[in-house]
Design a protein around this ligand. Structure first.
Ligand code: ADP
Ligand code: MG
Length: 890
């Protein structure tokens, strides 16, 4: 509880505190008192813990109030920590100068800082957008969520730091995927739905589990269709939303309205930089669901969740934060329309050729500030002098960038050149007005450049002349009094003084007024010095106030140009992404993929975009591979081969290359011809996955069901080791039936890596299925994985070879080989003899069927199910012991 004391007993300031705390019960209240932001009660305890600051108390006597304070100038760092720790912070400022206040100082909450509403660089990651999202379902989401295809959902999101605002109507089933792809910092939702709808509750808990977003419940009326429609119209000052491409009852408008409500409530500043609402439609983009995003390691790796090792990290050679953020969007939202892809490709092709122009552009970009976020801070009146300087400097680069772009002949550079507004007058204004040495805060003074404003110069003159005036005055006094050791000085507490050694105490003139006694000396004040003091201090104060006013004035003049500045920022971001992609294409020897609309795919000598870079320079070179899928070459490729031979790498690489191609980028291959893909689906083996409460097998089946239910003939499906999470025969049966279903019903381009060699028999039964395997060279008793994908099937798993590589002791390996030989001979597994196919007729319908085969040998079963990769040496020995014992007992 935050209010343990009787209100009447509190001081006026504390009563004021209670008043504001009551308005923001869910936030930590930073209460400005002089040079500190103080926190009290529970808040103080939390802050002291989270921020590692001292917990003290106010009213040391009877009713001590826990207190923890932070110095006002260090607020950014502390805010960052609080937000990171998942708290919201309400900032309560003093609204008047404490010295002028009658009674208690006027205060007000000026802002509620939440994870989704940050604008300061110190609080943000510069390379990722910071989104606040709102979502809702049509018709109060009474129908079943997650399964019913008809249920509409609305999603809206804003990046307050850049002013970009989007809304997307969609099928409710896609909402979770879209939220995962967006990774909003904060999500607001209708709290009434939570109370009334079980499925909504489940949705929220799923969202909590999968993402790290902060969830903020909001009252139901803020999602009301009528209210929100009005709110959005009012914000943009339009009579209807049709101009933005929305229909009247689009439920994403409810979400957009809720976003605006929330911003109005938390920000308390103008939101004019949010000047358009863009409609996003899923169809325009290549769809990547949450599983694919994760398993293709697009933004971060599965193993440790870091960006290093991800696709984005490996292709990001952008020079600006705006470019890095834009590239992330291009990677997470690849395109699904030929024209747009080709437009990007054309300009990259040109920039690949024009080495000089590209390099010059990239060099110029290194001098560019994050003007997208600066523009926002300018229009929300939070920009610092340094922000303005950064903007001015950036604008000065624009003419040269423009000239370089105009030397290109393709469409995009031309458009971008037009978008590069140089805003010369603004740049001039900033240059003439802002002192290049200005500090972080305009309150520190020295912000306005000399020569910009006469009055500022005059007042500064008075302050600066102080030194020479004092020296002159001292000289005059020495002459008057004949006291050579007399000094005129200044100290913070007593102000200006004349100091005379105690020895000459008796010789001072009568109009010297004694002020202070120090060791061996007396200090005095004179009328003249007093007058000077008043004027100097006043001048300083007046100068500071004037500078503040001028600064705010300049800031609002720049704010009036917000839309133009946003255009420039967008252009710079795109130039950065295009030149960065052209740069890697040129230096890493990428090719331009030919795009078309047939559901076919051919990549010659393709490389994995990440391994291609990380393995370069290592003795083991990355081995390029070809892919042909779709059309006459068959839709489905089944890839078999030993563990660690490169199956997973090959199939993921294919998906990544398609994704890059649809971004409009060049790709690491010798040549490629790629038919547009509408969705990439992936199902990655259980051993590569983390589990989330559900059994891995259940997860595996849910994801597979999703593929079978939603893939179209234009999709690309990547299956890695499905069926691994259950018993061998179950798994095999499922894998078989799933492949049949895709081959017969969906007929989409599919790559299926599996350790079930039996599945290779499907190629004999279905004409659109083919076999690939990974080449292995056996030499004496050495086995070498060549990582080369070749046509045909394989029958050996080389598990014991991998066990040896992993460091299983030699005697265990030798013994395993003996056992394996024995097992193989007793079951006479003949290579390349159809085993299942002989017994089962392939059912193109993919219906369930039962296996009609001999009961399996339990020993063989056990060995097959053992994942040698995950066995410790000790477990391996125990396993071998068990096998041996059982064999002996036969
Ligand atoms: P699998 O799925 O067959 O078990 P992976 O695809 O996981 O094998 O590959 C295992 C390792 O082999 C990779 O980590 C990589 O180091 C290496 N590798 C895979 N493909 C290639 C390749 N084309 N060229 C070089 N090394 C490769
Ligand atoms: Mg694998």
């Amino acid at each position: 509880m935050n209010n343990p004391t009787d209100n009447a007993k509190l001081t006026p300031a504390m009563r004021q505190y209670q008043h504001f705390k009551g308005q923001y019960p869910e936030a930590i209240l930073f209460f400005r008192m002089g040079d500190f932001y103080e926190t009290f009660y529970e808040d103080a305890k939390i802050c002291s813990q989270v921020l590692g600051i001292a917990l003290t108390s106010r009213n040391k006597g009877e009713n001590p109030i826990p207190l923890a304070g932070i110095p006002y100038h260090a607020i950014d760092g502390y805010l960052h920590k609080m937000i990171k720790a998942g708290y919201k912070v309400a900032i309560c400022e003093q609204m008047e100068d404490a010295s002028q206040a009658k009674g208690v100082v006027k205060r007000d909450v000026v802002r509620l800082v939440t994870p989704g509403t940050l604008t300061e660089d110190a609080l943000l990651d510069e390379n990722v957008g910071n989104y606040l999202a709102a979502f809702c379902f049509a018709g109060n989401c009474k129908a079943s969520l997650g399964s019913s295809p008809g249920l509409r959902a609305g999603l809206a999101w804003v990046d307050l730091s850049t002013g970009q605002f989007f809304a997307q109507p969609m099928d409710g089933r896609h909402l979770l995927d879209e939220l995962v792809r967006l990774t909003p910092a904060e999500c607001i939702y209708n709290e009434d739905s939570l109370e009334t709808n079980e499925l909504f509750k489940k949705f929220i808990s799923q969202l909590k589990e999968i993402t790290a977003t902060t969830l903020t419940p909001r009252p139901g009326w803020q999602f009301d269709p009528f209210q929100t429609n009005e709110t959005v119209k009012k914000h943009f000052g339009t009579a209807s939303l049709e101009g933005f491409g929305f229909e009247h009852a689009d439920c994403c408008i409810a979400a957009a309205g809720a976003v605006l409500h929330y911003l109005n409530e938390t920000q308390k500043t103008a939101l004019t930089h949010i000047n358009t609402l863009r409609k996003v439609s899923r169809e325009r983009f290549l769809q990547i669901d949450k599983t694919t995003l994760r398993s293709l390691e697009i933004e971060r790796t599965i193993r440790d969740g870091t960006p290093a090792g991800s696709l984005l990290h490996s292709i990001d050679k952008t020079q600006t934060a705006m470019g890095a953020r834009k590239l992330r969007l291009w990677v997470c939202y690849p395109l699904n329309d030929m024209e747009h892809i080709q437009r990007r490709q054309d300009s990259i092709a040109e920039l690949v050729q024009l080495d000089q122009i590209r390099d010059k552009l990239r060099k110029l970009l290194t001098n560019i500030a994050d003007i997208e976020r600066i523009t926002t801070r300018i229009s929300t009146a939070r920009a610092t002098p340094r922000d303005l300087l950064g903007l001015g400097h950036t604008l000065r680069q624009m003419p040269e960038i423009k000239i370089l772009l105009n030397e290109c002949s393709t469409e995009m550079p031309g458009q971008l050149a037009q978008q590069c507004d140089c805003l010369e007058q603004l740049a001039d204004l900033i240059e003439s007005a802002i002192n290049p040495q200005a500090g972080l805060s305009y309150r520190d003074g020295n912000v306005i450049q000399t020569g910009f404003d006469e009055e500022v110069d005059r007042l500064r003159g008075i302050c600066q002349d102080g030194q020479s005036w004092l020296a002159k005055y001292q000289k005059k006094l020495i002459e008057q009094t004949g006291l050579n050791s007399l000094k005129v000085g200044f100290n913070k507490v007593f102000g200006y003084y004349v100091e005379v050694s105690r020895v000459y105490k008796g010789q001072v003139p009568v109009d010297f007024v004694r002020k202070q006694t120090v060791k061996n000396a007396e200090r005095y004040i004179t009328d003249e010095l007093k007058r000077y003091e008043t004027e100097a201090l006043n001048a300083q104060q007046r100068c500071r106030e004037l500078e503040e006013k001028l600064f705010q004035d300049i800031r609002s003049r720049i704010a009036a140009q917000t839309p133009r500045l946003q255009q420039v920022a967008d252009a710079v971001a795109k130039i950065d992404v295009l030149t960065s992609l052209a740069h890697i294409a040129r230096h890493r020897n990428y090719c331009r993929p030919q795009m078309h609309l047939d559901p076919e795919l051919e990549i010659i000598e393709g490389r994995h975009p990440v391994l291609d870079v990380t393995m370069a320079g290592s003795p083991e070179q990355f081995v390029p591979n070809d892919v042909t899928l779709g059309g006459r070459t068959g839709d489905i490729a089944i890839i078999t081969g030993p563990n660690m031979s490169g199956k997973s790498t090959y199939i993921r690489q294919t998906a990544l290359l398609v994704l890059m191609a649809q971004m409009g980028s060049y790709i690491p291959a010798q040549s490629a011809s790629i038919g547009l893909v509408d969705r990439i689906f992936t199902r990655v083996g259980a051993s590569d996955e983390l589990t989330r409460g559900q059994s891995t097998f259940m997860v595996e089946m849910i994801e597979t069901a999703n593929i079978l239910n939603n893939a179209t003939s234009r999709s690309l499906v990547i299956l890695d080791e499905i069926g691994r999470g259950t018993s061998t025969y179950d798994g095999l049966a499922l894998a078989w039936a799933i492949t049949e279903h895709i081959a017969a019903k969906i007929k989409c381009r599919t790559l299926f890596a599996t350790h079930y060699h039996e599945i290779t028999e499907l190629a004999d039964l279905l004409n659109n299925v083919k076999n690939l395997n990974v080449a292995v060279r056996e030499w004496k008793d050495e086995v070498v994985f060549l990582h080369k994908i070749i046509e045909g099937r394989t029958d050996k798993s080389y598990g014991i070879h991998v066990a040896r590589l992993a460091g299983i002791p030699k005697n265990v390996i030798t013994r395993s080989n003996e056992i394996l030989e024995e097992l193989e001979s007793s079951f006479s597994r003949e290579a390349h003899t159809p085993q299942l196919g002989g017994r089962i007729e392939a059912k193109p319908s993919g219906e369930q069927f039962l296996f009609d085969i001999l009961p399996p040998d339990p020993l063989l079963e056990k060995l097959k199910e053992t994942d040698l990769n995950n066995l410790t040496p000790l477990q391996a020995i125990n396993l071998l012991n068990e096998i041996k014992k059982e064999l002996e007992n036969r």
